[in-house]
Every structure is written in structure tokens, then in C-alpha cells.
Design a protein around this ligand. Structure first.
Ligand code: APR
Ligand code: PHB
Length: 388
């Protein structure tokens, strides 16, 4: 088999890259280890930044998003028993859209397959070679046949646990956090129209949603927590405690899904080796507190699609040479923002009264100073692509 761009991984990064390249007349083949059903059902975060929404609209991928997505113009920070709204519309003139990552993935897969795009699901034994001059991807297809895919370049979009990053030795920058998030998806109508980030002495809690019928909620828990050790009743009780505020009522309902998300910050530098380009979670992960993961993956592939178009059409290497540095500027801004939100909102050590007072001071400053609130808001709604 032969194609121009061999894409490893059918998450938001790999799928959107194949769509953007197809619009420029460039061929790509996407290889994915999981089944179509698995990647379409995988529950992940659900906040789309303003620049993400604009891009999806620009490239014809926003019909369902515009019908079913929930536009939000702010969030609440809740601490010390008080609720404080950060008004994105007033501070930045922009907002976000709540729309699950798996909905974006479903829309992308449908668009690619309708256009005759190649996505091979349920492949195995994926390996990459010839990164300096003659890229080759070897794999076993869904029928068990050994295959070779020759390509001009390889895009490593295979997520944090993929294989492409291991094909070279980028420098790794990491930070672990001493907690995780227990997340539930509940069949319960949201009772508050925006997201609530709550800092409580028992730990952080997040109130989010997926639709007018489904609430998404998270609790800070110890890092090695087994989700099954929390009964539904315990989860609702603890959410009630941590999210409590005057006039706030939490609707309870059947728990549809319960899982634990690890919290880490990791960046690989550089994001390119020869003709292999990493994008999305394959190159960097953020803790979910700033909701940046999918948005960063989308920003990467926008830069990559343009760089590869220049290279494959005209032999222009300026875009591919600048790719890693261009992406890393936005990546590190998002790393800082996610680390900052995480540090401000979670309980690190209940004995450490000094840290708790610093957190509360930072929270009070953020909700009372227009300059500080604007800094949070412009990062949350997403700095314009290319701004850094
Ligand atoms: N070969 C082929 N595909 C692979 C391999 C492999 N060896 N290893 C992993 N994959 C697939 C995974 O099954 C997954 O479908 O690569 C895909 C990577 O997708 P994501 O993990 O969704 O990563 P990305 O597209 O970069 O999107 C980033 O995902 O993890 C969230 O919070 C993160 O929202 C962010 C988004
Ligand atoms: C979610 O809805 O899953 C979500 C929202 C905001 C975050 C993280 C996750 O910061």
C-alpha cells in the first residue's frame, strides 16, 4: 500500500488531520487499533474552545455541533461557600461550546467515510521505520494479514500510550499530581446552566454536562482509587458536600458510567523526528482541569496540515521545519494554564494551612480583579490560533 501521509491513530488528532489534508487534495490512510464502535463510545472531556469551534465550522464539520452543542458564556468558581461567575462574554467577547469529544469523533468518522476516506480499524502490531528518508508503517490488518504502508510522511496521532513517540527519543518534561479524578456520567438533567469548578476542604469537584438530560461530574480522589470502591450513593453525597452553595440543587439520577482519570502534565520535545510528526496526546498531555486536551490536539493538526500541504505540494520545508516550535508555544501555554487551574483548585495536603490560604487568596483575586478574571477567561475560551 502507498499513500502520502500515513496517520497512526483515529482520535480527534488523526481524524481531523485526514479531513484537513483531503480538503487540500492530499491522500492519507488512518490506522487505528480499536474498533469504530470503541472509539465512538469512549467517554472523554467535552469543552470546545472558541478557536476549535471556528475551525470546525470553517471546514464543514459543525452541523450537528451547532444543533446539539451547548454554548456557554462563563463558568463558576465556587469556594468558601460562595459562587463566583467568570463572565467570558463580557471579559473576552467569546464563549465555549460543551459537546462531547466522542461526538466530535463520530462526526469526523462519518465525514471521512462519506468522502471515501481510508480508516482501517482493528489493526495490530503497528510499527514505524525509515523515518529519515523512506517512511514505512508495518501492521497486521483486521483479517490478520501482514501489511506495509509506504508514505512520504508519518503523523503520530496515537495518543499518550501509542508507539510513534518511542520511535525516537524526544526529551520528556513531566509533572505528576498526587490525586486523580473520579468521573461519573449520570442520567440527570443539569440544574445549573454552566460548569462549576469547586474548591472544597475535602477536595476539588467539577459540575459539567453533556446534554439537557445528562450531567457529567467529577471528584478529586487519591491517585490509586478503584472506581468500583465508590458506591453511587457515596459519590452523590460527596458531590453534594463539595458543590454546595446557596440556591444550588444537584439533580441525582442513574449513573451511566464511572471511571478514574489520572492527572499528569507531560510534554515531548521536539514533536518531529525526520519525516515523523507527533500531534495531540502522542506529544503532550495536560491534567483535565483546563479542558485543553482535545483543543490542543486540534490546534496541532491545523498547523501540521498546512505545513504538510506546503511540503507535499511544493517541496517547501519551511512549515515542517517550524512545526514543532510553533506547536510547542501553544502547548506550553496550555500546560501552564492547566497546571495553574489544577494547583489553585485541588487539595494538596490538608495539613498544609499555608498552601490552602495561598489558594484561597488566588481564588479571591481571580474573581475580584477584572485583569485576573480576564487572564483566566482568555485562556479558557482559547487564545486565537497563531497568537503566540
Ligand atoms: N496504532 C494505531 N492506533 C493506536 C495505537 C497504535 N499503536 N495506539 C493507540 N492508538 C489509537 C488509540 O486507540 C486512539 O484511538 O490512537 C488514538 C489516539 O487518540 P486520542 O487518545 O483521542 O488522542 P488525540 O487524537 O491526540 O486526542 C487528544 O484525547 O486523551 C484525550 O484528553 C485528550 O481530549 C484529548 C484528546
Ligand atoms: C467534561 O465535561 O468532561 C469536562 C469539563 C471541563 C473540564 C474537564 C472535563 O475542565
Amino acid at each position: 500500500m502507498r499513500t502520502q501521509v500515513g496517520i497512526v491513530g483515529a482520535g480527534p488528532a488523526g481524524l481531523l488531520l485526514s479531513h484537513l489534508l483531503a480538503r487540500q487534495g492530499i491522500d492519507a490512510v488512518v490506522l487505528e487499533t480499536r474498533s469504530r464502535d470503541y472509539v465512538e463510545q469512549r467517554v472523554r472531556a467535552g469543552v470546545l474552545e472558541h478557536p476549535t469551534v471556528e475551525l470546525l465550522r470553517e471546514v464543514g464539520l459543525a452541523d450537528r455541533l451547532d444543533r446539539e452543542g451547548l454554548p456557554h458564556e462563563g463558568i463558576s468558581l465556587r469556594f468558601d461557600g460562595g459562587d463566583h461567575r467568570i463572565d467570558f462574554a463580557d471579559l473576552t467577547g467569546r464563549g465555549i461550546v460543551v459537546y462531547g469529544q466522542q461526538e466530535v469523533v463520530k462526526d469526523l468518522i462519518a465525514a471521512r467515510l462519506d468522502a471515501g476516506g481510508d480508516i482501517l480499524f482493528e489493526v495490530s502490531d503497528v510499527a514505524v521505520a525509515g523515518l529519515d528518508d523512506d517512511p514505512l508503517i508495518t501492521f497486521t490488518d483486521a483479517d490478520g494479514r501482514a501489511q506495509e504502508l509506504h508514505c512520504a510522511v508519518i503523523a503520530g496521532c496515537d495518543g499518550f500510550h501509542g508507539i510513534t513517540r518511542g520511535a525516537f527519543a524526544p526529551e520528556m518534561f513531566e509533572r505528576d499530581y498526587p490525586f486523580a479524578w473520579l468521573g461519573i456520567l449520570a442520567k440527570a438533567a443539569p440544574t445549573h446552566h454552566e460548569l462549576v469548578y469547586a474548591s472544597h476542604a475535602n477536595g476539588f469537584a467539577l459540575y459539567s454536562m453533556r446534554s439537557p438530560e445528562v450531567t457529567r461530574l467529577y471528584l478529586q480522589v487519591p491517585p490509586d482509587t478503584d472506581a468500583s470502591t465508590w458506591s453511587d450513593g457515596q459519590v452523590w453525597d460527596e458531590l453534594g458536600t463539595r458543590l454546595a452553595a446557596d440556591g444550588f440543587h444537584l439533580n441525582e439520577g442513574p449513573v451511566l458510567e464511572k471511571s478514574v482519570t489520572a492527572m499528569r502534565s507531560v510534554v515531548a520535545e521536539p514533536m518531529r523526528h525526520g519525516r515523523l510528526f507527533l500531534a495531540g496526546d502522542a506529544a503532550h498531555i495536560v491534567p483535565p482541569t483546563g479542558a485543553k486536551g482535545m483543543n490542543l490536539a486540534i490546534a496541532d493538526v491545523r498547523v501540521l496540515a498546512e505545513a504538510l500541504t506546503g511540503y507535499l505540494r511544493n517541496g517547501d520545508e519551511s512549515g515542517i521545519d517550524a512545526y514543532s516550535d510553533t506547536c510547542l508555544r501553544r502547548v506550553w501555554r496550555a500546560e501552564h494554564f492547566s497546571w495553574w487551574m489544577t494547583s489553585m483548585l485541588h487539595t494538596f495536603d490538608t495539613e498544609d494551612a499555608f498552601t490552602r490560604r495561598l489558594q484561597l487568596s488566588q481564588l479571591r483575586y481571580t474573581v475580584s480583579s477584572r485583569a485576573a478574571a480576564t487572564s483566566l477567561a482568555e485562556n479558557y475560551v482559547g487564545l486565537p490560533h497563531g497568537a503566540l
